[in-house]
Design a protein around this ligand. Sequence first.
Ligand code: GLC
Ligand code: CA
Length: 540
Amino acid sequence: MTTSPGGHDWVWWRDGVLYQIYPRSFSDSNGDGIGDLRGITGKLDYLQWLGVEGIWINPITASPNDDWGYDVSDYCAVHPELGTLDDLDDLIAEATERGIRVLLDLVPNHSSDQHSWFADALQSPTSSKRDYYVWADPAPDGGSPNNWVNTFNPGASAWTLDTVSGQYHLSQFLASQPDLNWWNDDVRDEFDRIFRFWYDRGVAGFRLDVCHAVVKDRELRDNPPTEADDHWYTRMYGQRFVYNTNRPEVHDVIRRWRAVADSYADPRVLVGETYVLDSNAYAAYYGNDDELNLAFNMILLHARFDATEMRTAVESAEALLPATAWPTWTGGNHDNHRWATRWCNNEPAKIRAAMLMLMTLRGTPFLYYGDEIGMPDTDVPEPEILDPVGHMFGPRMGRDNERTPMHWNAASGAGFSDPGVVPWLRYGDHEACNVAAQVDDPQSMLALTRRLIKLRRESDDLRRGAYTSIPTGDDTLAWAWRRGESTVVAMNFGAIPVTIDDVFGTVALSTDSGSTNREGHVIAGTITLSAHEAIVVVSQ
Ligand code: GLC
Ligand code: CA
């Protein structure tokens, strides 16, 4: 812990900005078209320049890649395409020198069917690892043991028949991703060892994949049907996830993980993929400061880009989170189309405003690689689809579009790989949007992102100040909020100018990139924001 300029104790995961890296797509160090750990190490100077204090890397562990790393065949080995344990040690050492922490991604809900545990489990109902997974006898009609549906495919059962034993095993994602049985103490012990294996190498913490779902109802009861006013995401499945996710006992498991993380002199940090769309359930994952340190807020991620939905998402979390909990905000990740496209329709003014929003809410912002340059989605045509969800439902429904290589420059290879190399997923339009073209342009998106990170670093209000909503003339278009004593953020979601009253101070930053930019202007009560403009005003 260091002390910030303003005197608060500085905690890297609360005060810093964190950055998600999809390792296959960040930087390819050896010209095979696949990003790797050495590639990430080579970009640490850039990340330090940008000002991020931690990176979360999607799974780097051994995997047959049916679900691109989220099907783990060995929890303590690095995938050879991504590098070696030595490469990770080097990455951590180099990152530490630059004040950057390294978080990995752990997948405790399921393994790959190629994991040695599952190979053993398949041997017979009495084999030693059988009970590492969730098995059940068929229903009386011979079908699936209950009505749980597959997360990837709402039309399919979550159960897969093992024809040898006649029992079903649960796999809520791909059939080749069998769910682990967290009622089994041996599974809990295995994961304690896995956590420690990586913590002992200097890993600063984990992003925990679908951590709200690891414990299933012991009696495997049927889920009830959805109701008309349920969230659209839940309605898509036709059933409420009552018995297969969010079980009360999952909190015991998370407390156990937290105890392991806290047992280190330099406590490690747990970031949960809490894919729950109910604010009460979401808030519970922080526990009494004894569960997750940060829990991803999917309600904001899935909100429409308008003042009402965004404000509601933020204010419901603000109202429900326990006093000890620290929010975290992100607009996107490797499972959702990039927010530059999804929220902002690739319109620069909106992209700039959205970035300002993410950086000025109360809580830790997570950027997804490329967000800082306003990188849009890339259309990946049908024959090139690699994501299993894209295979099932077609290009736009899949997740390849947000996973294409980082745009470092306009040259052949995009600065990602050597010229002429065919990357694992096609390049997007890297001539139109790339780091090299933006790095020296003070009006660029990259410059804006970097200034926001700096402003946040220098402002106790922006890092720690309380959030208070400010009424605006038109609440459907504008959203304004106070952070701490002396900072006001105001944002116009609409395409027509909007006036906001009771704002006093100096414009420290505006997303307006034109000659109308008002930075440095003194606001004495009223400000009119231009289309999609967002500003930070500081009084003192
Ligand atoms: C999480 C991951 C996603 C993966 C799924 C199954 O939602 O973020 O990429 O496909 O879990 O592991
Ligand atoms: Ca490579």
